[in-house]
Design a protein. Structure first.
Ligand code: PMV
Length: 328
């Protein structure tokens, strides 16, 4: 029988939006301490909530209800893990989320959902957390999907802008000023693989080729500053080459696929300054760097090889919460 609670909330107490992310540089190497760079992908998750008798999370556009359960599905275990770290969340909330980005495709949908759920719990309980506390708590949620996440995904989603991340630095996240030259197309090329499986595969590769891995890691680490400088100067040919180098490194450690490689080549043939797979790989998305003049043509070219495309442009509105600005 159709359950009326499945409808979007008619009278939410609040609504908020959290962003996904596209990794410009450094995925996988970030796990071992290299610098990495991400840009927010707006409207990752829209979530409304209201006080209730028990915690529940409805993913309206997946036709899915999730309750906290330590022995349930991944989402149920993540929900429980988050609540275990939030003993202050004594006021349960009914939450309804819509996921606006492809999931399991390297765009950080799980982190965006975790951020939205946590912030709704904060609001429902009148318990604002600092950014640092949110970052720490979300490892429990992300750990269910990723195994040993670097924290990059949820750091980028929490910041909602242009982000540099270095895992073993304090603080690991550096919020960067918006990049006025950053025009890119993200193409969702094929279904992605499990991040945990891909990270485990890279760990094996690193064990088999430790010296080569360290070389690649050092190059990945150095690439971020050079890229930021090139972007700031509008030296897009140089910036694009760094994306290409990043893709080659990801190919070498075994996380690309023929379809991702073909899409990357298609982007370059269509005039992109550079292109790479983004996220854990094994499928998912690519990102191709362009400029204001060529973005429409590149977009068109990538639509032909993508399930879905997203545009990243400097004027893309920053995601924001529609809740009162009392929480940091
Ligand atoms: O979840 P994805 O596909 O965006 O990948 C996350 C980035 C990795 O570097 C592969 C893993 C991590 O924890 O940083």
């Amino acid at each position: 029988m159709f359950d009326k609670r499945h409808l979007p909330l008619q009278t939410p107490a609040g609504q908020l939006v959290s962003s996904g992310k596209a990794i410009l540089l450094g995925e996988h190497f970030v796990v071992y301490g290299a610098s990495a760079l991400a840009v927010a992908v707006p409207n990752g998750v829209t979530l409304s909530w209201r006080p209730a008798d028990a915690h529940s999370l409805w993913i309206d556009n997946w036709d899915l209800q999730v309750r906290p359960d330590a022995s349930g599905t991944e989402l149920e275990r993540a929900f429980q893990a988050l609540l275990d770290g939030a003993p202050w969340a004594t006021q349960p909330a009914e939450m309804h989320a819509t996921i606006g980005i492809p999931s399991g495709a390297g765009l950080g949908s799980s982190a965006a959902l975790g951020v939205a759920v946590l912030r709704a719990l904060e609001h429902a309980n009148g318990h604002p957390l600092t950014h640092e506390a949110r970052f720490a708590l979300l490892f429990a949620w992300e750990g269910v999907f990723h195994g040993q996440p670097s924290g990059f995904d949820h750091a980028a989603s929490l910041h909602q802008g242009f982000t540099r991340f270095r895992r073993f630095e304090t603080p690991p996240l550096q919020a960067l000023p918006p990049a006025s030259n950053l025009y890119a197309i993200v193409g969702h090329v094929e279904p992605g693989a499990s991040t945990k499986t891909m990270v485990d595969g890279v760990r094996s590769w690193r064990e088999a080729y430790p010296v080569r891995f360290q070389d690649l890691l050092n190059s990945a680490d150095a690439r971020v500053d050079v890229f930021l400088h090139a972007l700031e100067q509008g030296a897009l040919v140089n910036a694009g080459r760094l994306l290409d180098d990043n893709h080659a490194a990801l190919q070498e450690i075994g996380v690309s696929t023929p379809a991702l490689d073909r899409a990357v080549q298609r982007a370059r043939d269509a005039g992109a300054y550079g292109a790479k797979l983004i996220g854990a790989g094994g499928g998912g998305c690519i990102l191709a760097l362009t400029d204001a003049i060529h973005i429409d043509a590149l977009h068109h070219a990538l639509q032909a090889v993508s399930i879905r495309t997203l545009r990243i442009e400097p004027e893309t509105p920053r995601t924001s919460s529609s809740l009162p600005p009392t929480l940091p």
